[in-house]
Design a protein around this ligand. Structure first.
Ligand SMILES: [Ca+2]
Ligand SMILES: [Ca+2]
Ligand SMILES: [Ca+2]
Length: 224
């Protein structure tokens, strides 16, 4: 294979310059004060990308000179009494993220026939990308009975609620209740926390929400 790069090619460096996993070529083209970069990832090397450097580049080396993980190039320029550094600015894809927020609220539902605390768990996807799945877990204190609604389950002392997929700015509401009995007197503090989600959550500050209810009697409950 013969590749024409321009007048007076002098040095060559081999490195993966475009970060697609295969080796590319960088050739100093002394006669036109440039570096030709070649490599299409399929065994072909044309067309070349031409990068200007100073006068009459000769030697060329590839190394990560600015410690950003991308391979850079440096040439010696014979007729300019100096060197040229070509910093690699290949853009890297940004992995998706989805910021899940958790809000737990509680409302006492007190009546003659039924007394319970009704909990509402609102899980929101603040983006910037779609949420594939998420899990919010709420540890349940010993002896406290929680009745899970749709999308939630209780096992081993933990209430686990799933989000399902959520578009950006989408939300899902999960509900559960705590039936009150004479044994419920006291303070019940529940904290719901995002424990898993895909893709990654970039903001942990809104992953947790706590509701505290004070049960004075089976007919007097306040929540905040
Ligand atoms: Ca490459
Ligand atoms: Ca670099
Ligand atoms: Ca979050």
């Amino acid at each position: 294979m013969t590749i024409t790069v321009g007048p007076n090619p002098y040095g060559v460096a081999v490195a993966d310059l475009d970060e697609d996993g295969d080796a590319d070529l960088a050739v100093t083209v002394a006669g036109q004060d440039s570096v030709a970069v070649l490599g299409n990832g399929d065994g072909t090397f044309t067309p070349a990308t031409t990068l200007g450097v100073n006068t009459w580049p000769t030697e060329i080396h590839a190394a990560d000179l600015d410690v950003d993980g991308r391979v850079d190039l440096v040439t010696t320029n014979r007729h300019a009494d100096g060197i040229s550094v070509l910093l690699n600015r290949t853009e890297r894809p940004v992995p998706p993220t989805a910021d899940v927020s958790v809000k737990l609220t509680a409302n006492p539902n007190i009546g003659l026939l039924i007394s319970e605390i009704r909990y509402t768990l609102t899980i929101r996807n603040l983006g910037p990308d779609a949420l594939q799945s998420g899990t919010v877990s709420t540890p349940i204190p010993a002896g406290v009975k929680i009745v899970p609604g749709s999308g939630c389950s209780v096992a081993a002392g933990v209430l686990t609620c799933s989000t399902g997929a959520l578009a950006v700015n989408g939300s899902v509401v999960r509900k559960f209740t705590h039936p009150l009995s004479a044994l419920s007197i006291g303070t019940l503090r529940l904290t719901a926390t995002r424990t898993a989600s895909t893709p990654a959550d970039p903001n942990a500050a809104n992953d947790k929400s706590t509701s505290t209810c004070s049960v004075v009697s089976i007919l007097l409950v306040t929540c905040r």
